[in-house]
Design a protein around this ligand. Structure first.
Ligand SMILES: Nc1ncnc2c1ncn2[C@@H]1O[C@H](COP(=O)(O)OP(=O)(O)OP(=O)(O)O)[C@@H](O)[C@H]1O
Ligand SMILES: [Mg+2]
Length: 384
């Protein structure tokens, strides 16, 4: 049975099945009647996510951002589970999956909500969903998505699994598997800390803080509102931050210095949370920075962290670390559905162009890969 990893983040929804990657902004909007479509511009970067689920029509991702009257996102965990997760997860699964039969899903929750929200999350997405994709060529495609088994793990653990397991769910990095690892997953809303010691999840060093990148974006938005009187939605800010410049009503605002100040401050807040949380865990062997926000903050963060920080590879899109790990773990847990890993991206929003797994694809399996069911993994209980 096919395994799909699904990561519904506050910023982006991601899915991965070992072969296809999907990413789009976690934005849901009303479906409007579009009278004229121009096919000018880049097809690949034009998102057109228009779906019907449970008799309701939606635009999603950047399509909602551009075309909906009221595009909505949330920074509230309860709302995310109640109003967003089903639509986003089912849509992502439907694009990602190649299967016409049932699929198994591994997904995650911020460590601070794992206990409270695991069951509601499962109830939201388990079962059979009928979804229609309204393609811009006018051809509708209705799919049945049957989510059979579902396993929920702490989100940042996905990033560790991504490093430890290969595409077939076998341990590829034995050395790392035998270390005490700390992971810092900086997302759009949350920063999640977690410790994994000899493949055991350590609750004590695991926590969720509200120090994601959207906090920095709020500062940019406030400052720009003061100067321009325009209210900029947080989900629209990223591309301007990267450019360091934003044009509002024809006037240019340079935010390079502001960005440096805000990111320095955010990084030191995260570093001091980390030092406090892991005060007694001075024996951590390696610290992994993960999540899209870590790309932004890495240069400000690393100098503040005492320890062996594993640098973020430039070629990798760190937003995918968790979801790739979810998928690999699913393959460990439920076996491999014989999908040959090959990089193919079905991006509906920002294509994860930077991702390059060609190296991993050619990895030779370690000779002892079949004996990987080391005792430490017993807490994960493999079920067949
Ligand atoms: N190429 C990119 N395009 C868009 N955002 C990017 C890119 N690279 C890094 N980012 C950063 O990634 C952040 C989103 O990261 P990520 O997808 O890990 O968050 P999330 O999982 O949606 O959020 P959370 O974990 O809080 O639920 C954005 O806020 C942005 O700052
Ligand atoms: Mg995340």
């Amino acid at each position: 049975m096919e395994t799909v990893g699904i990561d519904v983040g506050f910023g982006y929804t991601k899915a991965y099945n070992g072969k296809n990657s999907v990413i789009f902004k976690s934005l849901i909007g009303d479906a409007t009647d579009i009278q004229f479509r121009s096919s000018l511009g880049e097809e690949s970067s034009t998102s057109d996510l228009h779906i019907t689920l449970n008799d309701k029509e939606y635009f999603l991702g950047s399509y909602a951002e551009q075309q909906s009257n009221i595009p909505e996102f949330t920074l509230d965990q309860e709302k995310l589970i109640e109003n967003f997760v089903k639509i986003l997860a089912v849509t992502a699964a439907g694009i990602c999956s190649d299967s016409t039969g049932p699929i198994n899903v591994v997904t995650g929750l911020p460590v601070g909500y794992l206990k409270r929200d695991s069951r509601p999350l499962k109830e939201m997405i388990q079962g059979i969903h009928e979804i229609t994709y309204h393609n811009i060529n006018g051809k509708d495609e209705t799919k049945k998505i049957h989510i059979d088994k579902i396993h929920v793990i702490p989100q940042p653990i996905g990033s560790i699994f991504n490093l430890i397991f290969d595409e077939y769910g076998k341990i590829k990095d034995k050395k790392l598997a035998l270390q005490k690892l700390g992971v810092v997953d900086i997302g759009f809303k949350t920063t999640d800390f977690s410790i994994f010691d000899h493949l055991k999840y350590i609750e004590r060093g695991s926590s969720t803080m509200d120090t994601g990148i959207s906090k920095c974006f709020s500062v940019f938005a406030n400052k720009l509102r003061q100067e321009s009187n325009i209210n900029i939605e947080l989900y629209r800010i990223f591309k301007y931050v990267t450019a360091g410049m934003i044009k509002i009503r024809g006037k240019e605002y340079n935010i390079t210095n502001l960005k440096k100040r805000v990111y320095t401050h955010a990084a030191s807040a995260i570093a001091s949370d980390l030092n406090r949380l892991w005060e007694n865990d001075w024996d951590i062997d390696s610290i992994i920075l993960s999540g899209g926000g870590s790309v932004e903050l890495a240069e400000f963060l690393s100098p503040n962290i005492d320890g062996n920080v594993i640098p973020i590879p430039r070629k990798i899109d760190a937003r995918f670390n968790n979801v790739q790990g979810y998928c690999k773990f699913g393959k460990y847990k439920w076996g491999n559905a014989n999908i040959k890993p090959a990089q193919k991206t079905k991006a509906k929003d920002t294509a994860p162009k930077t991702i390059d797994e060609s190296k991993e694809d050619t990895d030779v399996l370690p000779p002892d890969a079949n004996q990987e069911k080391s005792k430490g993994l017993s807490w994960l209980r493999r079920q067949n």
